[in-house]
Design a protein around this ligand. Structure first.
Ligand code: XUL
Ligand code: CO
Length: 429
């Protein structure tokens, strides 16, 4: 592979655990994991934080450069990294790939022009989009929301941008189209009509779903929860909140959920809670894999590197049937001080290897079946006739009361065996 000067010093990646063709629980490892590199943090990141300016000197960010040439350079380096890592997918926002123009028409044209170049690179490397998205958060026009803006013309502009991004993702053969509502929320209820904004968000989602069917896009529509940041309160708070929004709009069979580790943590949940809940509700879609910090209340989006945590997540993902259109998207950024191009390679490669190792742990947990059989035994009572009758509505409250009375019932408590199960999980990892 010809190297651009950007990754000239990066060593070829050797994985310890990630063997794409290795069979695990009846599937290729690569098909279980479906790794994606995200365009925004990895190639758009500058190392800036709220207290300091850029620390990474990416050549395609040089001041005064030609924006389309810079986008082209970025794409060249991006596909070089995908190949170095042997990552099969990437994810993007429209504005990551091509610069915003003076009008929406010009922006769309820029995206199409970059699309031709991206398509050529996709054909050469076999790398594909896991999902595309419209960036409806960065531009000042969206400061008061995109779908939930008090001004219907902003809603229209966002809809036009989403239409174009969805069609573009479709043309590139994307496996999914995703939405995330960083500005779909509020800063203060003092100026917010919450009910109106929820209705607007529901309408927007429905429009995207309608258009997906109209153009014949076969991928899934995904929505990504996050409780806050950048807004004080976001309407797509967590899996449960999104489910209510979907159900209220009759979209629960049309839209899946893209769960991010750090966002789960910010919403006060464990990562595996969000995965298990999405599976239980039938809306599990995809994962933005990263890592938050227990001691920090914000979105640190570090590369996932915690084996027990990722192993439990993989256990739930695989037990729930694994990914269909989804995958593991590295929505993660290298730290402000990780300024070398090689840091980007190492960060992704180490995290890919960790996820592969976590998959092998999940395989052991599933093959061994001890954890699952404990859960099974714990609920065994519900499998009998009485339990089934209760759940299927064949018993009234009065009948249940009579049952207790007649049998003089005094149910006996049984241990939940938490410590034993925690020790069991440690044995696998
Ligand atoms: C923000 C976040 C986004 C989405 C894409 O916290 O996770 O990067 O994944 O807009
Ligand atoms: Co994300």
């Amino acid at each position: 592979m010809k190297r651009s000067s950007f990754f000239a010093r990066a060593k070829p990646v050797a994985y310890r655990y990630y063997q794409p063709d290795r069979r695990v629980l009846g599937r290729r490892m690569a098909d279980h994991l479906r790794f994606a590199v995200c365009y925004w943090h990895t190639f758009g990141g500058t190392g800036a934080d709220p207290f300091g300016s850029d620390t990474f000197q990416r050549p395609w960010h040089a001041a005064g450069g030609d924006a389309m040439r810079q986008a082209e350079h970025k794409a060249e380096v991006a596909f070089e990294l995908f190949e170095l890592l042997r990552a099969p997918f990437f994810t993007f926002h429209d504005r990551d790939l091509a610069p915003e123009g003076a009008t929406l028409r010009e922006s769309n044209l820029n995206l199409r022009r970059m699309g031709d170049s991206i398509e050529k690179r996709m054909r050469r490397t076999g790398v594909k989009p896991l999902w595309g998205m419209a960036n409806l958060t960065s531009h000042p026009r969206y400061m008061s929301g995109a779908a939930t803006n008090p001004d219907p013309e902003v809603f229209a502009y966002a809809a036009a941008q989403a239409k174009n991004a969805l069609e573009f993702t479709h043309d590139l053969g994307g496996a999914n189209y995703a939405l995330w509502g960083g500005r779909e929320g509020y800063e203060t209820l003092l100026n917010t009509d919450l009910k109106r904004e929820l209705d607007q968000l529901g309408r927007f989602l429905s429009l995207v779903v309608e258009h997906k069917h109209k153009i014949g896009f076969r991928g899934a529509i995904l929505i990504e929860p996050k409780p806050a940041e950048p807004s004080k309160h976001q309407y797509d708070r967590d899996v449960a909140t999104i489910y209510a929004l979907l159900e209220r709009n009759g979209l629960e069979r049309e839209v899946g959920i893209n769960i991010e580790q750090n966002h789960a943590l910010l919403a006060g949940h464990s990562f595996e809670h969000e995965i298990a809940l999405a599976q239980a509700l039938g809306v599990f879609g995809s994962i933005d894999i990263n890592r938050g910090d227990d001691n920090l209340g914000w979105d640190t989006v570090q590369f996932a590197n915690n084996l027990p945590q990722v192993a439990l997540a993989m256990y739930h993902i695989v037990r729930g049937g694994g990914f269909t259109t989804g995958g593991l998207n590295f929505d993660a950024k290298v730290r402000r001080q990780s300024i070398d191009p090689e840091d980007l390679v190492v960060a992704h490669a180490a995290s890919m290897d960790l996820c592969a190792r976590a998959l092998l742990v999940a395989e052991k947990m599933i093959d061994d079946a001890e954890l699952a059989s404990h859960v099974e035994a714990r609920y065994a009572g519900w499998n009998g006739k009485f339990g089934r009758d209760v759940l299927t509505g064949r018993k009234t409250l009065a009948q249940l009361a009579a049952h207790v009375d007649k049998n003089n019932l005094e149910p006996q408590p049984r241990s939940g065996r938490q410590e034993r199960l925690e020790a069991l999980v440690n044995r696998y990892t």
